[in-house]
Ligand binder design. Structure first.
Ligand SMILES: [Zn+2]
Length: 95
């Protein structure tokens, strides 16, 4: 199973942050030194844009993540009931 397949299976082919099914791409998170599913998330372009700070966070779109008030380098999220922290500087685009 490829990494992308694992990620799709993990969250039913939906964005792991907002559960929308469109525009998904794999992104590495939190300075992961591994390139497997534990070091990656499948998120949509809308969430990526917000993580990249190209767009203001839209509370109606993002239900599962929030900015850490005193640390703009981090976004906290919840995936499968587990708290995760995304370090924005480590979110990289894959073309
Ligand atoms: Zn999303």
């Amino acid at each position: 199973m490829t990494l992308q397949q694992k990620l799709i299976v993990r969250n039913d082919g939906k964005c792991e942050l907002c559960n929308k099914p469109q525009g998904l791409a794999i992104h590495e998170v939190a300075g992961a030194t591994y390139s497997d599913a534990d070091g990656s998330i499948l998120i949509c372009t809308k969430c990526l844009a917000q993580i990249d700070k190209k767009e203001e966070l839209d509370p109606a779109h993002v239900r599962n993540i929030r900015l850490v008030p005193d640390n703009t380098d981090q976004i906290e999220g919840r995936i499968e009931g587990q708290q995760i922290v995304i370090l924005t500087k480590f979110v990289r685009k894959q073309n």
